[in-house]
Design a binder for this molecule. Structure first.
Ligand code: AKB
Length: 328
């Protein structure tokens, strides 16, 4: 894979994945696909080509693929779970209509396609703990419905037309670069911002709300490694469970307080996000990803917390308070 189009390159995952792919494939075109109003800026704009690609417009996708001789498409266009509940028709148009457009272009132009699925592809009647790779997928949200449809459509295009479609089910992704916006797992990003800025965090989910989470560097590596995996070893394609850590608000709060003891959290529940979270698994079993393409996470809650706090302090120019040493 050398010439890559990222659809949704200015979003939470896209902005970091585009930069990472440009480092990974320095000789190729790594094209930042963006929509009007979300144009790339700064390093993202300066480090490589950019092209307007609205996923609901198949002609625009085809134009970018032809112009840059694209062989791989990363389709990152989606509304996250909570926003999708407010705009279900748009969520379907982008998540399913957009994927259909992408797969059709890929079929005609012979491109591989990565389209992330999510822990949101499961529902309340899925086994919640160590959720198996192959299990019941009857999601309660429109976000989940688009993700399961996307998994099935992508598998269909692989079987029927030989399109090289691959995917992982992302947990909540945590990063200090671009904020997520509109997801159920967003609290696990927001809590770090509040802690570093010295603000009291209002937690939208109640204690005991466990979900899988992952630090962005692991997620980016997963997205690249699955596309590089030896196809002969893949039993599954769309989509692999991947996991690195599972926690609830109490656990992440306690972990941050080990590093910022004065940090305070209060509960101010968001009924929509709570309902969505209650329908999602507590933790996924990622054995198939480990066995079929060697998936291994590198970050746990402790190493992620140290890295998040360090980078957010740098981002906001906040110096770490001096540690008070007791006099002997
Ligand atoms: C969301 O919360 O909607 C996403 C996801 C887990 O897919 N972060």
């Amino acid at each position: 894979m050398k010439n890559i189009l990222i659809i949704g390159a200015t979003g939470q995952i896209g902005s970091e994945l585009t930069m990472r792919l440009r480092n990974e494939y320095p000789g190729g075109n790594v094209v930042a696909g963006y929509i009007k109003g979300a144009e790339p800026k700064g390093a993202l704009l300066e480090s490589g080509p950019a092209h307007e690609v609205d996923i609901t417009n198949a002609a625009q996708i085809a134009e970018a693929v032809e112009k840059y001789n694209v062989d791989t498409i990363y389709n990152l266009a989606a509304l996250l779970s909570a926003v999708a509940e407010a705009k279900p028709q748009l969520a379907w148009k982008i998540g399913v209509g957009g994927l259909y457009n992408t797969l059709e272009v890929a079929r005609e132009k012979n491109c591989a396609v990565f389209t992330p699925s999510s822990i949101g592809s499961f529902g309340h009647n899925t086994p919640a703990d160590k959720t198996p790779q192959d299990t019941i997928q009857r999601p309660d949200t429109i976000y989940g419905v688009t993700k399961v449809t996307g998994e099935m459509l992508s598998d269909y295009y692989a079987r029927r037309f030989g399109v090289d479609t691959r995917s992982v089910r992302f947990p909540g992704l945590i990063s200090y670069t671009t904020p997520p916006g509109g997801g159920t797992t967003d609290y696990a990003v927001d809590i770090y911002y509040a802690a570093v800025k010295g603000e009291t965090f209002k937690c939208p989910l109640k204690p005991g709300s466990f979900m899988d989470m992952m630090y962005m560097p692991d997620a980016l590596r997963a997205a690249i490694e699955i596309m590089e995996a030896d196809p002969a070893k893949l039993v599954h394609r769309n989509s692999f469970n991947i996991a690195s850590m599972s926690f609830d608000p109490e656990i992440i709060y306690a972990k941050i307080r080990e590093h910022i003891p004065e940090f305070k959290m209060e509960y101010e529940l968001d009924p929509l996000r709570q309902k969505i979270c209650d329908s999602w698994p507590n933790s996924l079993d990622d054995t198939c990803a480990r066995e079929e393409w060697g998936w291994r996470p590198e970050y746990d809650l402790e190493s992620m917390t140290v890295d998040m706090i360090t980078h957010l302090r740098e981002k906001f120019g906040i110096t770490a308070p001096e540690v008070a040493h007791a006099m002997a």
